[in-house]
Every structure is written in C-alpha cells, then in structure tokens.
Design a protein around this ligand. Structure first.
Ligand code: ADP
Ligand code: MG
Length: 349
C-alpha cells in the first residue's frame, strides 16, 4: 500500500510536449481514474508512473520514495493492460505464478497467493486451462489475478475492459470495484469511457490535450465542472451549451433575460444539463424549441430540437412524456442548475 504523488510532471517526445505539467496526490488505498479522449495523454501518464516511459521533468513518488530513476520492477507496482498480455503456452496457474517465481518466492507462498487470488476472481475451475481456452472476460480476470498475486503497492490499469463486450464490461466493472474495495490497494485506472470513470472512481482526473483540466470526485465533476471541456465530456447526453452575453445585472441568452449578474458585454457560455430543462406549463415563459428527433429509451426519452436562433438543445424527459417529433414546445431551465463559463477561457465563473 502506498500513496502516489506527481509534481509538475512533463513529457516531451522529440521536443514536442504531450504532458504539460501534472500535479496529483493520490492517497493510500484511493482509486483514481484518468479519463479523457483518445490521444490526450492517459497512457503516457500511466506509463510514466510505471516507469515504462522516462519523464522529461518533474517528480514522481510512490510510498514517499522518489522513483524517477527506478526501473519498473523496482517500483513495486502491477500493471494491467487492455490486451491482457498473457503467456499463451502457460496455464492460468502458471501465468499467475510466473512473476512470483521470478521474484523467487517459496512454492508454498506462491501456491497460497495464487489460490487466494483465484478465489477472489472466481478462477478456481480454470487454473489448468491455457489462455486460448478462455473467454475474453476470463482472460481479463487472469490478467487481474496476475497483478493481484504480486501484492503490489499500487495497481495501474490501462483501459483493461476495452476489449470486452458491453454487458461483460459492466460485470467486470463491478468486480474490479469490489476487488479494490476489499484489497484497498492504491489504483490508477485509465479509460476513455466516462461511465466507467464515474462509477469506479473515488476521484477523477479529466485530461484534455495533456492537461489535467479537473481533479475531483465524480459528483463534484458532474455538479460543478471546472471548464467547458469537462462539462461537455462528462454526462450523456452532453451538457447543452448556449451562447450568452452579460448585461450587468442580467444575462441574455436565446432572447431571454436571466437574473444573473455578469459584466456588460462579456461573452459567456451557459451550460444546462439535459435533465435540467423542463417543458414549461401553459402561459409560463421560456424558450421555444422545435423538436426534431425523439429517442425513446423506455424509462427516459431524449428530445433533440432547435431554438429560433438555431442553437441545438437536448432534454432528458420521462419515457412517459409523450413528446413527438415536429412539435413546438416551450422549455425552461431549472434556475438552480445553471453553469456559466467564460467563453474565451472556457473556465467556470
Ligand atoms: P491516450 O492514451 O490518451 O490515447 P497517449 O498517451 O497514447 O494518449 O498519447 C498522447 C500523445 O502522445 C499523443 O499525441 C501521441 O501521439 C503521443 N505519443 C504517445 N507515444 C508516443 C511516442 N512513443 N512517440 C511520439 N509520440 C507519442
Ligand atoms: Mg491509451
């Protein structure tokens, strides 16, 4: 068990910086998820913690020990990758035991650790099979088991569920969460999937273009996104973004005045989550929306439409709302759930 801290960590490839100075303190036993779009630097970040990539500048410490100059095997971490990287000619048992054999643990100790991990991951029946005799989900569990038996200071996981089908991903997600709760090993988990990120994380790091745009709990990120990027990336359907303008004691948005103070002339972006837009009652003021498509999902329905000025909006309604394509409805935002951003900087006000 160990805490992990990064101080102004940067990475350049051939003079081109791809990680622009990340500061992060991960507590002992914490589960931190790095989430962001493809190419934002998630894998590079994780590989630097693992020691598979050298850092260009800054400092990384694991368990209070600066590891900048340590080899991966000296860092006491275990990695799990998307492609599992199992040895095809070895059985499940041999795959799980291999690292421990190399580390020269006793036969009894190896047997005990493998048995314990196999039980936690429900691999007991599969120990004598080869990887090719396993399903994708089972292989993934073996990869987890191989990390677990090492009893490392930290787990580093890079998109470990990306090769699984949707249903299996949900199952494995729950299993990984439960496993981490039981063993309480500090974990850094990388994913581009916001649902995975939200459900697994004690704390999230939302990355964009090599910058950690926000580091906070999933609830804080959802309720108070720090930037327009975070606001748009977390949440599905994505937060609605409306151009707005400060009027001093009010804000003008889509021809409406909202009683929110903002400097006159300032360009703002108003963010409204789809569930915070409601259909106005008869005679109530609001914005007229021309509904262009309705996606009905059973419990929920997503109504997509356009305002008079062409701004596109999506509403999350009850599946029973009975709204139809082509309809014109008046919509009003929940006044307590508005997000204002400075348009130029993208930062939350
Ligand atoms: P992610 O895992 O978020 O998809 P990566 O960490 O793989 O992103 O990549 C971040 C950026 O660094 C990308 O622009 C990628 O092209 C670049 N990059 C990654 N590895 C190398 C490398 N070995 N050489 C040069 N550029 C790289
Ligand atoms: Mg990656």
């Amino acid at each position: 068990m160990a805490e992990i801290s990064l101080r102004d960590v940067r990475k350049s490839y051939a003079g081109l910086e791809v990680i622009h100075g990340v500061d992060l303190d991960i507590a002992d036993g914490e589960f931190v998820v790095i989430v962001g779009p493809s190419g934002c630097g998630k894998s590079t970040f994780l590989r630097m913690v693992a020691g598979l990539e050298e850092i260009t500048s800054g400092e990384i410490a694991i368990g209070g020990r600066v590891v900048n100059r340590l080899e991966p095997r000296e860092r006491d971490i275990a990695m799990v990758f998307q492609n599992y990287a199992l040895y095809p000619h070895m059985t499940v048992r041999e795959n799980m035991a291999y690292g421990l054999k190399i580390a020269k643990l006793s036969k009894a100790e190896i047997g005990e650790r493998v048995a314990r991990a196999a039980e936690m991951l429900e691999l007991g029946q599969l120990l004598d099979r080869k990887p090719r005799q396993l399903s994708g989900g089972q292989r993934q569990r073996v990869a987890m088991g191989r990390a677990l038996v090492r009893n490392p200071a930290a787990f580093l996981l890079d998109e470990p569920l990306s090769n699984l089908d949707a249903k299996l991903r949900v199952q494995m997600r729950l299993q990984i969460k439960e496993l981490q709760r039981n063993v309480r090993t500090t974990s850094i988990y990388v994913t581009h999937d916001q649902v995975e990120a939200m459900t697994l994380a004690d704390r999230l790091v939302v990355m964009n273009g090599g910058v950690a745009e926000q580091i906070a709990t999933p609830a804080e990120i959802y309720d108070r996104p720090a930037t327009t990027f975070v606001a748009g990336f977390i949440g599905s359907p994505a937060m609605n973004m409306l151009p707005a303008r400060g009027l001093g004691d009010a804000v003008e948005v889509a021809g409406q005045r909202l009683p929110v103070a903002a400097a006159a002339g300032r360009e703002l972006t108003l963010g409204i989550r789809p569930e915070h837009l409601h259909i106005a009652g008869p005679g109530e003021p609001g914005m007229e929306l021309h509904v262009q498509a309705v996606e009905w999902l059973g419990a929920d329905a997503f109504a997509h439409g356009k305002l008079a000025d062409g701004t596109e909006l999506v509403l999350r309604l009850s599946g029973k709302a009975g709204i139809r394509e082509g309809e014109r409805v008046t919509v009003k935002p929940d006044p307590n759930s508005l997000h204002f951003f400075d348009t130029a900087s993208g930062r939350r006000l």
